[in-house]
Structure formats: structure tokens, C-alpha cells
Design a protein around this ligand. Structure first.
Ligand code: KDG
Ligand code: MG
Length: 409
């Protein structure tokens, strides 16, 4: 029987920071897991190398479920983004190894394909309506069949999730200027935002018609009552979803939103456990699960959340920004392809440097993503190139209201 012989925590920064766990077995098989927690990368790296890696050495790489339970249930301290990202990295690396040992892509081990590919949405944005339209057109030209729409708000400066004017094919990364010793700061005004956003969606529907699936991310900024009002005002524009309309830790807050609007709700990219969803799922207060494999304890845990959600007709919409590494994105795609209650997959292209460090086999064609058929996850890591990109501290921005009060994400 092969055992786990080594586990290395790899840190690289090809334009942004990524933490990867590589597990090697005694028969030479390797598996990769994503452990990237944006802005808190070294906390997960240290949790892994100090507290998790020593426990793995000599154990059976095939026992994925038992290893998960050992690291979660056996550890006394449960949940939290750092712990769950570390467990996710181990879990995903073990699925990669199992796939390679079986000679099958991971989605086959999860039950096989339920669809031809995973419908992906891209991120269009603009500081004003003309630049937003250009960005939407560029995304349609690139083959996206569903589009997230974010815009600047009159009177506010830089708004999170909004790129400057983009040329065709130019990539957008979140928090472009935030490398440094402290976060940058942005200003926020919920009333100005609430007045502006319905006019943006009216303009987009006028220009692009009723068919195109449109999504919007509220980035956790609103109170339940404000979110209910936004959901109502967006109903005529038939959104695919309104995402993270409130900070989600108060699950009961979504009752107010849900009772007031039929706009579909997506939530959960900052959640890390099924318990963060318990009220939301059982009371059907949401429509789409936004978790990333990377931040929710891996494929094993997210598959269970999705099976639980399926009972309530809730679908997936997994998080796929550029701060989830290509390893984390590949893991999501294997789950997307196999589960029945798939909804949509977020897809932001990684930088060319990132895709040289992480060589992927997933494809994007006709608006659909496919994880590819290489055994395991289908991602290779280039150590030499990775080492040439050294870690630099980087943070998500902080929001302040105009009087200086720190505001919610
Ligand atoms: O690390 C935080 C980002 O991944 C997040 O803000 C991106 O909201 C996001 C999204 O929907 O992709
Ligand atoms: Mg989001």
C-alpha cells in the first residue's frame, strides 16, 4: 500500500499570491490542493506546515473521507476560513492522487458527467454605461453566454469589482493596486448605489435584450431592508442572481430579503461550512451556493453541501475569481460537471504568468467550461517558474463611509 511520504507548501506570486499543497506518495504519485486565502495567505501556509503536514506523513492517501474527518472532527477547533482552506488543500490533493491512481479524471470518481460542460459567467464592468457596454460586448465576443454586471456609482471613486476602461481581451483582476503593507481604502454610499444600479440594468436590458443571463454582486454591503428594496427594484430586469446582498453571517437576515423579492439570491463565497448555510438552505432563503471548493473544506465537504441543497432545489454557483488558483478552479469544474444541481460557474481568466506556473487542462468553449480528461485534476505545477515569483503582501481594500466609518464588505 502506498503511503503519504511528503507534503510541501508551495507559495508563488505570478501577479498575485497563491498557496498550494503538494502531497507525494511512496509510489511517486503527486496531488495538488489549493490553499489560497486572499490577503491571509501565510496564515494557511503556516497552519498547514506547522499543524497538518506532520499528521499526514505515513498515512493512507486513499482514505479521503477518514482524513477529512480526522482533520476537522478530530482537531477540537473547528471551522473558520484558515482551518477550512487547509483541510480543503489536503482533500483536493488526495482526490487528485486518487484520480491519478485510478487513471481517471476526478469527475468520473464523483459519479461521471451530468452535462456537456459547465455554463460560465464572466465579469463585465465599467466606470460608466458606455464603458460597461464595451466590456459586455468584449465578453460576448470571447464566448461568454452569461455576464456579471458591475459599474461605478456617480459620486463615488473606485468601486470594488469595477475595472477601468478595458481593451478587448484585456484581463481584469480584483484589487489591482493593493500590493503593499496595508489595504487601500475605498469610499461607499449605499443610498447612491441603490439609486444607480436599477438604472444600469434598465440600460443593459434595453441594449442587449431580454435573453442574456445577467448577474450582479452586492459584495455584502447592504442591510436586509436595503437588500429587499434592491431585489424588488431589479425584478423587472430578470436577473439570474443578486449575489451577497447582505453580510451573510446573520442567516436570519435573509428572511426579510426573501419575503420581499423574487430576484434569485446567491450567497456564500465567504462561508466555510455547511453550518453557515443551515438556515438559508432549510428555509429556502437562497437559490445558489457561492462557496469555493478551496474555502469550504474541499470537494468532499462541498459535495455534501450540494447534496443537502439539492433537497431544497438550490443549485451551485461556485466562486471562481482569480484569487482561487487554477487548482481550486479545476476542482470546482470536476464538481460542476458531476453534480445534478449545477447552476453556473464563475470564470475569471488567470494571468498568462499564472497559467504558466499552473498548467491546466480545462477548456472554455461555446460558453461552457470542461475540466478535461487527464487523470486526477489535470493541473501540473512548474516549480522552477513558481520560485521566480516571490510572495508580496497584498490585501483586499477596506470600505469607509464618507464620514470615515468602516463599512461592511
Ligand atoms: O477574495 C475576495 C474575492 O475573491 C471576491 O471579492 C470576489 O466577490 C467576488 C466574486 O464574486 O468573485
Ligand atoms: Mg462575490
Amino acid at each position: 500500500m502506498a503511503t503519504i511520504e511528503g507534503a510541501e507548501v508551495l507559495i508563488t506570486s505570478p501577479g498575485r499570491n497563491f498557496v498550494t499543497l503538494r502531497i507525494t506518495t511512496s509510489d511517486g504519485t503527486t496531488g495538488l490542493g489549493d490553499a489560497t486565502l486572499n490577503g491571509r495567505e501565510l496564515a494557511v501556509a503556516s497552519y498547514l506546515s506547522e499543524h497538518v503536514v506532520p499528521l499526514l506523513i505515513g498515512s493512507d492517501p486513499q482514505r479521503i473521507e477518514d482524513t477529512w474527518q480526522y482533520l476537522y472532527r478530530g482537531a477540537y477547533w473547528r471551522r473558520g476560513p484558515v482551518t477550512m482552506a487547509a483541510i480543503a488543500a489536503v482533500d483536493v490533493a488526495l482526490w487528485d492522487i486518487k484520480g491519478k491512481m485510478a487513471g481517471m479524471p476526478v469527475y468520473q470518481l464523483l459519479g461521471g458527467a451530468s452535462r456537456r460542460g459547465a455554463l460560465a459567467y464572466g465579469h463585465a464592468s465599467g466606470s460608466d454605461i458606455p464603458s460597461l457596454f464595451t466590456s459586455i460586448r468584449n465578453h460576448l465576443d470571447e464566448g461568454f453566454a452569461a455576464i456579471r454586471v458591475q459599474t461605478g456609482v456617480p459620486g463615488l471613486g473606485q468601486v470594488y469589482g469595477v475595472a477601468g476602461d478595458q481593451k478587448p481581451g484585456q484581463r481584469y483582476d480584483y484589487e489591482p493596486a493593493s500590493r503593499g503593507a496595508a489595504p487601500s481604502e475605498e469610499s461607499w454610499d449605499s443610498r447612491a448605489y441603490l439609486r444607480h444600479i436599477p438604472t444600469v440594468f434598465a440600460a443593459v436590458r434595453d441594449e442587449f435584450g431580454p435573453e442574456l443571463p445577467l448577474l450582479h454582486d452586492g459584495h455584502h454591503r447592504l442591510t436586509p431592508n436595503q437588500a429587499a428594496s434592491l431585489g424588488k427594484s431589479l425584478e423587472p430586469h430578470d436577473l439570474f442572481w443578486l449575489e451577497d446582498c447582505t453580510p451573510g453571517e446573520n442567516q436570519e437576515g435573509l428572511r426579510r430579503v426573501r419575503s420581499q423579492t423574487t430576484t434569485p439570491l446567491a450567497i456564500g463565497e465567504v462561508f466555510n461550512s455547511v453550518f453557515d448555510y443551515q438556515t438559508l438552505i432549510t428555509e429556502q432563503l437562497m437559490d445558489y451556493v457561492r462557496s469555493a471548493v478551496t474555502h469550504t473544506g474541499g470537494i468532499t465537504a462541498l459535495k455534501k453541501i450540494m447534496d443537502f441543497a439539492a433537497v431544497y432545489q438550490i443549485k451551485s454557483g461556485f466562486h471562481g475569481p482569480t484569487d482561487v488558483s487554477p487548482v481550486g478552479q479545476a476542482a470546482a469544474l470536476h464538481l460542476d460537471l458531476s453534480i445534478h444541481n449545477f447552476g453556473i460557474q464563475e470564470y475569471m481568466k488567470h494571468s498568462d504568468d499564472t497559467l504558466r506556473v499552473f498548467r491546466t487542462s480545462y477548456t472554455f468553449d461555446g460558453g461552457l467550461l470542461h475540466p478535461g480528461d487527464a487523470p486526477g485534476l489535470g493541473v501540473e505545477y512548474d516549480d522552477a517558474l513558481a520560485e521566480s515569483f516571490s510572495y508580496t503582501a497584498a490585501y483586499l481594500p477596506v470600505n469607509r463611509l464618507q464620514d470615515g466609518t468602516v463599512h461592511d464588505w
